[in-house]
Ligand binder design. Sequence first.
Ligand SMILES: [Zn+2]
Length: 182
Amino acid sequence: MLRRIAPIIFGFALLCFFIPWESFSAFGVNLVTLNGIQLVAGTTIKGPSMFGMQDVEKIPCNPFVLLTFIATIMGLCLNFLNNKIKEIGSAIISGIAIVLLFLFHNSLLKESMGILQVGTGFYLLGISFIAIIAIDIYLLILHTQPSNIYVRNRQSDKFCSQCGVKSSNDAMFCSECGHSLK
Ligand SMILES: [Zn+2]
């Protein structure tokens, strides 16, 4: 059940790139909103027109958002593997993504002196990665617990009624004296 949740959250994380990530506002008025994909690919925005002239500004690709996007896709692909590396890998990728989001947030604040704000997509993505890490750690703990196969094997060991020597549970005859174990 939980195994299926991690890829769903990664899918959701990918959708987070299509909702507002960064908004530019002045005097309480929201002027420009950019989504994650626009920050990955770079875009051109039209600023407020002043004196009849439209201010066109080129927004370059944001390296932090680009790397977060790549990490999200890698995490999604990793979750389709049926492997033990899956949980460790997706937890590490999510951790890296959280660091990248943090760096993006920091660079935005430094650059803009508070004019630019991070949006819903940014926060939802951060929450998604935290949830993935929590699930992966839970699954890893579950996997490292000793299985009960060993215990079951021990219980069904056979002891020879003739000499008392232990034989494996699938043995037909005693390995010591050859007495039938059936
Ligand atoms: Zn025996």
